[in-house]
Design a binder for this molecule. Structure first.
Ligand SMILES: Nc1ncnc2c1ncn2[C@@H]1O[C@H](COP(=O)(O)OP(=O)(O)OP(=O)(O)O)[C@@H](O)[C@H]1O
Ligand SMILES: [Mg+2]
Length: 1037
């Protein structure tokens, strides 16, 4: 069921929203429930509240569970699907008053209590009863559970409305869509709350409207809809013209067109509805044929023949099937020699039109009931909707108004009985003392109308039935006779001087509960008799129109026994209706008109005050307030106000009643201010409730802060707990994973070590499973070490790592030899690639001189030679290099530049030539075998004054000497000498330079007067010490 599908949260939100809404609205736009009005006995206060709300477009106000509705005469946008959703499944008082709230409450009560209910919608004509009933039906259509089958029923229920309105509603002076029949509709629900069927009861259609309308009024909508909206073919077939003015039954009110009614579109709606309700095409055709025939009938006129008898004036109609009948009647009457006068013929014609239309309407209602019937025999609960014509007062009021107003009297009586009864029952049920309330009981008026033998209806019937000349006037006389002196009845004759002036001779006046109404007796007898000539009925029975045939059955009682008069029938049907209603739980919607002009936004105080009075709102309010202004179930009361008492907040452990008791004590309610019933608390004065409400309003903010703080704390704590849990979980997983890895690693290590040990133990055995890995490891290990300790130079033959024994097997050692070969090849390749061709040649020269002779030669291999080390190569000197010259005598070191030109070598000190050695005079050059950088230039000396040999030290020894060879073009004059080199200090005087290896480089004058040059013993190295040097070398060139 939909009410249970609402989530708790949603409900809470609604309740909270309502608490805000309803209570603040209390001050802003009047009071939503009159019961809470302090001045509840004051009509003006009630009126003020209504006006205040009406001006704010708040058309609904409660009196307890009764809904007062003021017709806004404009669209308010309060009947949307969204609004319906808001009101679905919400407690009655939780949201501002609305017809949906009432509809929803009825529905939910029906479902929970599994009993039948009805909603009595009352109010005067144009007050909005039909609209209210439609809104309720629409609400159920949306809110009830939906299945394909249920949707079908729903559509039929909804669409029965436009059909019934087309045939039963008309424009009156009071209302452009006035219901001219009473309608009671049962909606049947299954135990799941699905609308599974419906049944309609109709009451007393105002048939006279078919033949006569007052000025400014129309006939039933369907006539205009057919003429205005009917398809061309259909009109042709029916012999109709698209012009209402052509039909005398439609022109009497002189307002065939009404701005608020769109006959054309309404026609489409009706056509569609008839199809959905599954009227057969033939039935639909017959139905429209009847409507057309009534229009044609209206156009039939008679003229008196020579004898004064009526003859048909319209020749056209003689040949038209439906109107042959009328002619036959005439013919027949002539046959039996009782011809009609023209008046009688007109009367018979109108009677026929009314009868056909009235019976067709009954047939239509029956057909709708067929379509809405639920064939399933399981138990249903029903909600009845009573939308009956409202109380009417026109300038001339006839039999119809008499019936309508009588009906309203009956309903008012029912209302009084039921409201008093239910209120009394509630007090009794709750064990609260009942205080009776004085109210106007309209039983006296009902009796005046309906009492057996004495009532107006009895008198009327009597007059209708009695033999002799009974007329409307004799009926009035009888009334005067019988009712004379009744407080609610007055005629011209019975009235006092003053009242008499307001009455015609043929009038009688009733003082209804809703006001005085003056009825004109003209037509009362005829309308009450509603006689149709027997022979006309017979003709109708022969009709080919299926509906007409059905409506005039051959089994109809004969005229020998007079049919019940209309008033008596109506009275009986009202008794039946009362019985139906009495067996159900009542709910009320009291509709009011704000003004007579159908104007939006206009609130006519006098008119509304009058309605407040006659609708019995004041009495109802007094009854509701007689004991206690406010009552609520303990649970609801406690739920709302429990924050006001520390004992009940946040949860009360005991029963709701005890909780409320505790709460009200805490709030300081005085004993006479409230009463505790069995299930409800009753609060006597609204001010007590408002004080509680105001306290709640203050408390709410504190509460909100506290709840907010608690909630925030709860959320943060929740977050923290979640994070902590997550951290623990991650930690656990991480640790587990680490432990598993560790275990795996250890297991693997154990395995490896075992294998390693086994391999080690079996290393000398031939390769087998046990030692494969070990041997592979040893090989790998060796290769890795080898990779890091590869010989750096081609000349380095000694640094090749000794392979382990397993690598010394034949195959392995061949592999290693191959490896060594590749490496040497590679080293050579690298060296050659890095050195340009000229360099290579010079280097080749150096190599031819020093390779294998001088210890530090290999170091020089990798260092490229430059053109000069002092100035630019293209200037005068061919080569220049810084040197240290050792004095020939004392061996003192001096920084000099050694410069080669094309023919000589110069020793220069800051642009001062110290010594010039012609290449021709250069006998040779000596260098040691060791790693020092000394060179001794041996010079040819003939003259004693000439300087002797030069003892020099040059960092770029190999370069300088190779260049010298090239410049001087002497390739063989360099001697690499072991031990000492003798040189000429001057001709005839010799010096020595001794060379030896030592721990560190030293140059000093030895005791023997020789220059001692100690150089460090060097390892033979590959010219490129590192990859970087190679790159540097390559870049250099
Ligand atoms: N709730 C509403 N919102 C907007 N307009 C409304 C509302 N209720 C009634 N009306 C307007 O008032 C007109 C008359 O309403 P409605 O036909 O329901 O009156 P009624 O009480 O049924 O009268 P009657 O007794 O003549 O049948 C509607 O046609 C519509 O224009
Ligand atoms: Mg109506």
């Amino acid at each position: 069921m939909y009410m249970f599908s609402k989530s708790l949260e949603e409900r809470c939100n609604r309740i909270l929203r309502d608490m805000e809404g309803s209570l603040t609205a209390r001050d802003r736009v009047g009071i939503q429930d009159f019961v809470l009005l302090d001045a509840y006995t004051s009509e003006s206060a009630v009126l003020d509240n209504l006006r205040k709300r009406f001006n704010e477009n708040l058309i609904y106000t409660y009196i307890g569970t009764l809904l007062v509705s003021v017709n806004p005469y404009k669209e308010l946008g309060i009947y949307t699907k969204k609004q319906m959703d808001i009101y679905m499944g919400v407690n009655f008082f939780e949201l501002p008053p609305h017809i949906y709230a009432l509809a929803d409450n009825v529905y939910r009560t029906m479902l929970t209590e599994t009993n039948n209910h009805f909603i009595l919608i009352s109010g005067e004509s144009g007050a909005g009863k039909t609209e209210a009933s439609k809104k309720i039906l629409q609400f159920y259509a949306v809110s009830c559970p939906s299945t394909k089958l249920l949707d079908n029923v729903r559509d039929r229920l909804l669409l029965s409305n436009p059909v019934l309105e087309a045939f039963g509603n008309a424009k009156t002076l009071k209302n452009d869509n006035s219901s001219r029949f009473g309608k009671y509709m049962d909606i049947q629900f299954d135990h799941m709350g699905g609308a599974v069927g419906g049944h309609i009861l109709s009451y007393l259609l105002e048939k006279s409207r078919v033949v006569h309308q007052n000025h400014g009024e129309r006939s039933f909508h369907i006539f205009y809809q057919l003429v205005e909206g009917g398809e061309e073919d259909l009109l042709r077939w029916l012999g109709l013209e698209r012009n209402c003015q052509r039909y005398s039954y439609l022109v009497q009110g002189e307002c065939a067109k009404v701005s608020s009614v769109n006959d054309k579109s309404d026609w489409k709606t009706v056509r569609k509805a008839l199809s959905v309700i599954e009227f057969s095409e033939s039935n639909i055709e017959s139905l429209f044929a009847i409507i057309a025939s009534v229009l044609h009938l209206g156009n039939v006129t008679f003229v008196a023949d020579s004898q004064g008898y009526a003859t048909l004036n319209n020749k056209n109609y003689r040949s038209t099937l439906p109107f042959q009948t009328l002619w036959k009647i005439e013919a027949r009457s002539e046959e039996v020699l009782s011809p009609f006068t023209v008046d009688q013929a007109v009367y018979a014609k109108d009677a026929l039109a009314k009868a056909i239309y009235g019976r067709t309407f009954t047939w239509l209602v029956n057909e709708l009931n067929e379509s809405l019937a639920n064939k399933d025999s399981s138990r249903k609960t029903v909600i009845g909707l009573l939308d009956i014509y409202g109380f009417e007062v026109f300038s001339v009021n006839s039999f119809e108004q008499f019936c309508i107003n009588y009906c309203n009297e009956k309903l008012q009586q029912l209302f009084i009985q039921l409201t008093l009864k239910s209120e009394q029952e509630e007090y009794e049920m709750e064990g609260i003392e009942w205080e009776s309330v004085p109210y106007f009981n309209n039983k006296i008026i009902c009796d005046l109308v309906e009492e057996k033998f004495k009532g107006i209806i009895s008198v009327l019937d009597e007059e209708c039935l009695r033999p002799g000349e009974a007329t409307d006037m004799t009926f009035l006389e009888k009334l005067e006779e019988k009712m004379g002196g009744h407080a609610h009845f007055v005629t011209h004759k019975l009235a006092d001087q003053k009242t008499r002036k307001t009455l015609e001779r043929g009038d009688f006046r009733l003082l209804h509960y809703a006001g005085e109404v003056t009825y004109s007796v003209v037509g009362f007898l005829d309308k009450n008799n509603d006689l149709l000539y027997r022979n006309i009925k017979e003709v109708m029975r022969q009709s080919k129109n299926a509906i007409v045939k059905h409506c005039f059955p051959s089994t109809e009682p004969d005229s020998k026994k007079r049919p019940e008069t209309v008033a008596t029938q109506f009275k009986s049907s009202l008794v039946g209706l009362t019985e139906i209603l009495m067996s159900k739980e009542p709910w009320y919607v009291r509709c009011m008109k704000p003004n007579e002009g159908k104007q939006p936004g206009l609130f006519d105080d006098v008119l509304v005050r009058h309605q407040v009075k006659y609708l019995g709102l004041m009495e109802h309010l007094r009854v509701r307030r007689a004991g206690f202004a406010y009552r609520r179930r303990y649970e609801i009361f406690l739920q709302r106000y429990k924050p006001l008492c520390p004992d009940t907040w946040p949860n009360w452990k005991g029963t709701a009643a005890e909780g409320v008791e505790c709460l009200v004590k805490h709030l300081g309610y005085k004993p006479d201010e409230y009463k505790m019933g069995r299930t409800k608390i009753f609060i006597r004065h609204p001010r007590t409730l408002f004080a509680t409400e105001d306290a709640f309003e203050v408390c709410k903010h504190e509460l909100a802060t506290r709840i907010q703080a608690k909630y925030k704390g709860y959320r943060v704590k929740g977050d923290y707990m979640r994070q902590r849990q997550a951290a623990t979980k991650i930690e656990t997983c991480w640790r587990g994973m680490k432990a598993r890895r560790e275990r795996e690693k250890r297991a693997w290590a154990v395995k490896v070590i075992k294998r390693f040990i086994k391999g080690f133990m079996t290393r000398n055995q031939p390769a087998c499973v046990d030692n494969t890995d070990y041997l592979a490891f040893v090989r790998q290990n060796y290769l890795t070490r080898l990779k890091e300790n590869l010989p750096k130079t081609v000349v380095d033959k000694n640094t090749w790592l000794t392979p382990p024994p397993i690598m010394q097997e034949v195959s392995r050692s061949r592999e290693l030899t191959l490896l060594e070969y590749f490496l040497t090849d590679h080293l050579i390749y690298l060296y050659c690639v890095c050195l340009p061709h000229v360099q290579l040649q010079i280097k080749g020269l150096t190599s031819s001189i020093f390779k294998g002779t001088k210890e530090n030669y290999p170091h020089s291999v990798g260092i490229p030679f430059v053109d000069t080390r002092i100035s630019k190569p293209h200037t005068f000197p061919q080569y220049s290099v810084p040197v240290v010259k050792y004095d020939r005598n004392g061996f003192r070191p001096r920084f000099r530049q050694l410069i080669y030109t094309g023919s000589a070598a110069y020793l220069v000190e800051e642009a001062k030539i110290k010594q010039r050695v012609e290449f021709n005079n250069l006998k040779g050059v000596s260098v040691s075998t060791l790693s020092d950088n000394f060179l001794i230039l041996h010079v040819q000396c003939e003259d004693i004054k000439q300087k002797g040999d030069l003892v020099l030290q040059c960092d770029y020894l190999f370069e300088a000497l190779t260049k010298l060879c090239l410049v001087a073009n002497k390739h063989n004059f360099i001697k690499v000498v072991q031990g000492s080199v003798k040189f000429d200090i001057q001709p005839g005087r010799e010096g020595f330079v001794d060379f030896k290896s030592g721990q560190e480089t030293m140059i000093y004058r030895a005791k023997n007067g020789h220059l001692m040059v100690v150089s460090m013993k060097l390892k033979t190295v590959w010219p490129f010490n590192s990859q970087n040097e190679q790159i540097h070398f390559l870049n250099y060139y």
